[in-house]
Design a protein around this ligand. Structure first.
Ligand code: OXD
Ligand code: MN
Length: 582
């Protein structure tokens, strides 16, 4: 128990509200981990996997009604609706506290309340933040232990300050009708009830590191973004860092852990983070980023030795698998894993499954929770308190048409416009229809803790505090041809796009001016060693179809109309300039 009296009196208040039978203060030690894992196995929450194949790994099944983030139950509770903005669900704090306290009252009777102190970011970083999550879920404790720097380290970092994030999570009866994920940015508080699924309950991740942090970032002059961070090392040892935003389940983890193809002998990609970046201008006028997380909560389906060998190495031990399939001999499986499917297994709901079954064995949003320190390509800078200098920001979407493979913004304001108008086909990471294009500005639509118009303004304002702002790029790995075939091979080959981006940042290659931005010329884009992909294919994947762009501009307007009264005028001017160029 810490000596911090703000912590102890808040915990006391929450204990009085939830009335658990016991209170357990987590210390984050190895010994505690073993004890809690044993308890979770006894309670049937975790199944140990075969220790010779998956040492230290466990399998978990969530309630089938609770398998993804629920945006319709996610609220920003600010004094005025305007502060939350038209793209967030809003509730007045007083009403939200009343509803939530009524639900939480006595909600932990017969259960244990775990106190989880955690640190987001490297110790000693001016960007790092402390959170305390109170939960009655042992699964949450064990996941938070992987995803954050949990335990005594957080108390040390907090000292006697009171600016920690207060998080309360109650499982209740996991009833979707009583499911709320509420954020109170003005109180630095999160209350989540009625769910046990990752993004709704691992409060350090989406709730603190994005929704609350984006609010804090606006107030304090920094950015909390849904971005991976990676370092590209050339054979000469030059290291260049980039941060990239892609919507959920669009390959951020794969990109962050990419292994360059053979053509790029001597090049290395180092992972700093795979999901979240906290960034602020440094004293030298560059933008610096830290990864606030400590682990990866990645999508399992499609992860294999070809798509992401580093992820396969990372999840080989001390990992929790959620909603994957499970075999009788303690193996896990998902669609798109290496090798043939098992002849028989239990699917994500625990029902018998064979390759003849019509349903998928693993839930499309099944996940692995793995320590980042297992990653063979973890950047040493991940512990650096000042963060890494960012040379390029990349915005990516999943678009079958319209968007070229890569282009570079003309300048910062144009780059913010590219990010603000990002659209992507929806995925299984959130409940709802899959495959429809929705506007997802900077991949932050579900995660921005305040008014989206104010958020664009904050991005624009930040430019004034950077002498050397990163260049901004837009990418789309997912463009398809008339027959539905992908026009770009993706995965490791994305290194070629990254190389062009890096070379642009260092002023080493030219580009063609197009209505959408700077586009690679074939002579500047490394095509060597590619089979069936030459200058003609590059032109195809970069092609700008004017008809598609007419529709695109109209469809971009839908979001702009929703937030019109808050939209910075620069965004409207950029739209006009684009139309004029087209
Ligand atoms: C995630 C998400 O889990 O974006 O990272 O949904
Ligand atoms: Mn994410």
């Amino acid at each position: 128990m810490p000596e911090n009296s703000t912590v102890t009196s808040w915990v006391k208040e929450m204990v009085e509200l939830c009335q658990p039978d016991q209170v357990f203060w987590c210390d984050g030690s190895e010994e505690e981990k073993k004890t809690l894992e044993r308890l979770a196995v006894e309670k049937g929450l975790l199944t140990p996997l075969n220790p010779s194949r998956w040492p230290g790994c466990f399998h978990h099944r969530s309630n089938p009604n609770d398998v993804a983030r629920v945006e319709q139950c996610t609220y920003i509770c600010t004094e005025t609706e305007e502060e939350a903005g038209p793209t967030n669900n809003w509730m007045a704090p007083a009403s939200a506290y009343r509803i939530l306290k009524n639900l939480a009252r006595g909600g932990m009777k017969g259960r244990t309340l775990y106190v989880i102190p955690y640190l987001m970011g490297p110790p000693g970083s001016p960007l790092s933040r402390v959170g305390v999550e109170l939960t009655d879920s042992l699964y949450v404790v064990l996941n938070m232990r992987i995803m954050t720097r949990m335990g005594a380290i957080a108390w040390e970092e907090l000292g006697d300050r009171s600016d920690f994030n207060r998080g309360l999570h109650c499982l209740l009866d996991v009833d979707p009708a009583r499911r709320y994920i509420c954020h109170f940015p003005q109180d630095n508080t999160i209350i989540s009830v009625g769910s046990g699924y990752g993004g709704n309950v691992l409060l350090g991740k989406k709730c603190l590191a994005l929704r609350i942090a984006s609010w804090l970032g606006r107030k304090e002059g920094w950015l909390a973004e849904h971005m991976l961070i990676l370092g590209v090392e050339s054979p000469e040892g030059e290291r260049t860092f980039v941060a990239a935003a892609f919507p959920s389940a669009c390959g951020k983890t794969n990109f962050a852990m990419m292994i360059p193809p053979d053509r790029f002998k001597g090049w290395k990609i180092w992972t700093v983070g795979d999901d979240i970046a906290w960034m602020q201008p440094g004293p030298d006028g560059r933008l610096y980023a830290i990864n606030p997380e400590n682990g990866y909560f990645g999508v399992a389906p499609g992860t294999n030795g070809k798509s992401n060998p580093n992820a396969m190495a990372t999840i080989a031990r001390d990992t929790i698998f959620t909603n994957t399939a499970l075999t009788a001999d303690g193996d896990v499986w998902w669609e798109g894993m290496d090798g043939p499917p098992p002849a028989e297994c239990l699917d994500w709901k625990g029902e018998r499954w064979t390759p003849a079954s019509k349903e998928k064995a693993a839930h499309p949003n099944s996940r692995f929770t793995a320590p980042m320190r297992n990653n063979p390509m973890l950047a040493s800078e991940v512990e650096c308190a000042s963060g890494v200098p960012i040379s390029a920001l990349i915005f990516g979407g999943r678009r079958a048409t319209t968007l070229p493979l890569v282009c570079e913004a003309f300048n910062w304001v144009h780059g913010v416009y590219l990010g603000a108008t990002m659209g992507s086909e929806t995925t299984a990471a959130a409940t709802g229809a899959v495959g429809q294009v929705r506007r997802d500005p900077m991949a932050m639509l579900p995660f921005c803790g305040y008014n989206m118009g104010g958020y664009f303004r904050h991005w624009l304002n930040l430019r004034k505090r950077m002498k050397f702002p990163p260049r901004i790029f837009q990418v789309n790995w997912f463009r398809k041809g008339a027959e539905g075939e992908y026009l770009w091979p993706g995965f490791g080959e994305n290194m070629r796009v990254l190389r062009w981006i890096i070379d642009r940042c260092h002023g080493r290659v030219g580009a063609n001016e197009t209505p959408l931005g700077w586009s690679p010329r074939p002579q500047d884009f490394d095509l060597e060693g590619m089979t069936g992909f030459g200058p003609a294919e590059l032109e195809r994947v970069q092609n700008i179809n004017i008809e598609e762009w007419r529709r695109e501009v109209i469809s971009q307007d839908e979001l702009f109309m929703r937030i019109y009264s808050f939209l910075p005028k620069e965004m409207i001017f950029q739209r006009e300039l684009l139309v004029a160029r087209l």
